[in-house]
Write a protein that binds this ligand. Sequence first.
Ligand SMILES: [Zn+2]
Length: 511
Amino acid sequence: MAFSRRSLLVLCSILAVSFSCGLNMPAGVSISRSEKMSAQGLQRFLDSSPEPHHATYQSVKKLKELKFEELDERHCWKDKIKAGGRYFFQRDPVLGSSVVAFVVGGKFDPSSEKSGGFKVLGAHTDSPNLRVKPRSARSASGCLQLDVETYGGGLWHTWFDRDLSIAGKVVIRNDDGVVEQRLVNLERPILRIPNLAIHLQTAAEREAFKVNKEDHLQPILATEVKKTLEGAAPPPPSPTSSDAWQKAQSPLLLTLLGSSLGVDPSSICDFTLSLYDVQPSSLSGAYDEFITSARIDNLFGCYVSLEALLEYVRDGEDVEDEDISVVALFDHEEVGSSSTQGAGSTLINDAVGRITRALDLEGRGDQEARVRRSMVVSFDMAHALHPNYPSKHEKYHDPKINEGVVIKTNSNQRYASNLVTTFISREIGRSVGREVQEFVVRNDCPCGSTIGPIISSLTGMQAVDVGTPQLSMHSIREMAGVKDVSLSIEWMKAFLKEFRRIECTIQPSSN
Ligand SMILES: [Zn+2]
């Protein structure tokens, strides 16, 4: 390609103000190599976790690499847990969309009055998306479609005109009668929800672009003509499968799933499938200071919680620890947390009870006393100050991207933060030399909620709601800060390290 003299001059001037990995950054936003590496780690997690089962699988993979031992909820844990040990379990490995990992401190003493509490980092694996309905086949106007259902409160207009694929879990009945579950990810764009051309919309329709969630979000899989030309005949129903279930599915969908998994489509008996955007995450902005991706809410929280625990272990901090450090990643937060594997389930109480009983072999431990010495950090994303909608933010509580962890407070208990836990959280920020940011919602705005109040009320543990500022929450393409990844991990690690020391300085109420 030839360059004109003018373009060469422009190129030289650009090179003069840039260096190998991007533009020179103003001092306040400089991003270090390690901060960028943490952000790239988050990108890998986001890209390989198109839905909650994959997010759990990726988390379990990391735990296994660090020699965390898997426990099975269906078996007794007596004699299985000891001080200095690292463990994890999945709520019903069959469902596999939530996971709890824990590390028993090397100095855990079951009889100690001053230690042996739980330090819990909690986040959620799910994000709003579209899910394939139990009877998936649908066609209209010469197009083969899939019937989908909305999951959670998505910004649905952002799902139009995106290249969509499918991922999830599939149940397969083998010839020998054994029923298997397999993760599936079709990876390539096979679906699209097209916008209606502007020419076909009235002025009023253009002004109020409203999505009917039943009629307008059904994606197109193929044209019927193409299917006929390709001769993609429906797979014959398997004698071992439910005919009625098979017949209600899109044959093309079963064929795609079967070829991705290397199985006969007729052996597929059930599935839970989510749609997702195939565009991978990016570092964006003039200084590469933003991460743009789907599912930042709340795979960001899952990633930083787990990384904090793994780094804590890698650094050997757990050897001197007297407490139990826990990371709990729950499914179904976006739809209220009431499920077998959501924060509203027995999951966390079961974990606390079973760990306590397994460790307190002489029966001297007291679960209620341990709970009172515990604290939960519920990490979920926070609303960054939006430059185009500043009036939507409370003026004095305006979190900014790339300025670190935010404490979220709400007097109406939409967040679990209280007098003691916010104090401890600020002290943790000071211990790493960085003040935390604060968020409250405006009085004339509705407020979201998190797993914080749910876990706190179920377990009786004190809790704080924290997060990292982001924009475009619940869009198919969200936006957060590169620096905030390592700042969050640093704060979470400091919580694991400093909680007991800070908590011990607080005297009981004197009146
Ligand atoms: Zn969330």
